[in-house]
Unconditional design. Structure first.
Length: 439
């Protein structure tokens, strides 16, 4: 790993990593012996291994002060790339040029001695990250306060929960004045409030620090990154603005899921039992059965299956304000339904209802329907709401009040959607200032 002297913090040139898999331990020895012999003879040696490329040759530069997120499916090569940049792995080809001191949070508890206390690990870890003993002591109170693990600071690290590991490791990393901060998924382990605190610190205190992040949290990508690199199967597919990168990531994820289905393997999807049936629309609806533990209510009428799309993208799970969300669902009723009320709710990760409505609140009339099975299509425009994941819950009831009525069925949390707003928000949503004058 060499050093760069211009405005480039990290320069990656034709960097790749492959692993050699041997069927037998003896093949490794045989490869070494035969390889050396053939090399002396000036010939190409035979191969007693299978080469598995974890990362194909990749090139990119990261300017000082820039924040890049690296996204991709599991096994895409993201963590391998970070380890190569940090020098914990040797590349197969290519090189990395780094200008600046790196503080890396590559895996849970990396660099900690599990037998030592948190206090002792701060002292030793700070030295490893390039701080002097006096600097560590001067910043110890700030590190301890940010980690906020209480008396556990004096307990052995092997007694910590995964969240405590992350709190301490991240607090140490950000207080060593890193010129380059590298984080690999570690923040996803911490609790929600700690994630908020870390994101705030990164934005407010590390604005001039070069940051390289690997994450599956698309909210963090849109909030923190100015540029995104998409990797799939070890190959760079895209390098550019976050919104386009996220859209391409979803295309890749959807394609891979469809490919797995065609191979006859289990779907990479939770809580679904998919049946292929003919749709009432031109394209097919692939119904997803709703489990019994997902419904509540009187259940004289029950929502039993559904499907959805965002715009024209089937099963798409990223929404930008203005996108049309369509939910198809089937209600199986044991009674005749009059004064039907049908609606939806969107809830945040804490279960708080953020937005939603029903046909009465939307001034729409639903015709009475007899007992039996009936299919519906509900549409709404995704609002301008904060980045994050929101779950959709469908509901059917009977009555003449938008808020007070008999609930026949709630189908809870059937879809998880990621909000990617088109502009910065000051909270869950913005309320514009009506006027501003000097008085």
């Amino acid at each position: 790993m060499s050093s760069n002297t211009d405005n480039t913090a990290i320069k990656v040139s034709k960097l790749s990593k492959s692993y050699l898999l041997y069927d037998l331990p003896s093949h490794r020895l045989k490869q070494m012996v035969m390889g050396s012999l053939y090399k002396l003879l000036g010939k190409k040696p035979p191969s007693y291994f299978t080469e598995i490329p974890a990362l194909k040759p990749i090139d990119f530069e990261l300017e000082k002060g820039e924040t890049i997120a690296i996204i991709g499916l599991n096994g895409a090569g993201k963590s391998t790339l970070l380890q190569l940049i940090c020098g914990t792995l040797e590349p197969t080809t290519g090189k990395v040029e780094v200008s600046g001191r790196i503080a890396a949070l590559l895996e849970l508890g990396a660099g900690f001695d599990s037998e030592l206390t948190g206090r002792e690990n701060i002292l030793f870890g700070g030295l490893v990250l390039g701080m002097t003993r006096n600097q560590i002591l001067e910043r110890f109170a700030a590190i301890e306060e940010f980690a906020d693990i209480g008396d556990f600071i004096d307990y052995p690290v092997n007694t910590y929960s995964s969240g405590m590991y992350v709190r301490l490791a991240f607090s140490l990393a950000i207080h060593c004045d890193p010129e380059i901060l590298v984080v690999d998924e570690a923040l996803s382990v911490g609790d929600f409030m700690f994630q908020q605190k870390c994101n705030r610190f990164i934005k407010e205190k590390l604005g001039n620090t070069t940051k390289l992040l690997v994450t599956h949290d698309m909210g963090a990508v849109t909030n923190l990154a100015t540029r995104v690199i998409l990797i799939n199967k070890g190959e760079k597919l895209y390098d550019g603005d976050p919104k386009t990168a996220i859209e391409k990531y979803q295309i890749v994820a959807r394609y891979e899921s469809q490919l797995v289905d065609k191979l006859g393997e289990p779907k990479a999807r939770d809580n679904s039992d998919v049946q292929d049936t003919q749709s009432t629309e031109a394209d097919n609806i692939h119904w997803i059965n709703i489990r019994n533990d997902q419904v509540s209510g009187a259940l004289q009428a029950k929502i039993n299956k559904f499907d959805w799309k965002v715009g024209e993208r089937r099963r798409y799970d990223i929404c930008t304000d203005g996108d049309l969300v369509t939910v198809f669902f089937e209600i199986n009723s044991n009674i005749d339904i009059s004064d039907a009320i049908i609606g939806y709710q969107a809830q945040d990760r804490f279960g708080n209802v953020v937005f939603g409505n029903n046909n009465l609140g939307s001034h729409l009339k639903v015709d009475n329907f007899p007992k039996g099975s009936h299919r519906f299509k509900l549409t709404f425009r995704w609002p301008l709401v904060a980045s994050g994941k929101y779950s959709l819950t469908l509901g059917v009831g009977r009555g003449d009040s938008a808020l007070q009525h008999v609930i026949e069925c709630w189908a809870h949390n059937i879809v998880i959607l990621q909000s990617v707003p088109s502009e910065d928000l000051h909270g869950v949503f913005n309320v514009n200032i009506s006027s501003l004058t000097v008085v």
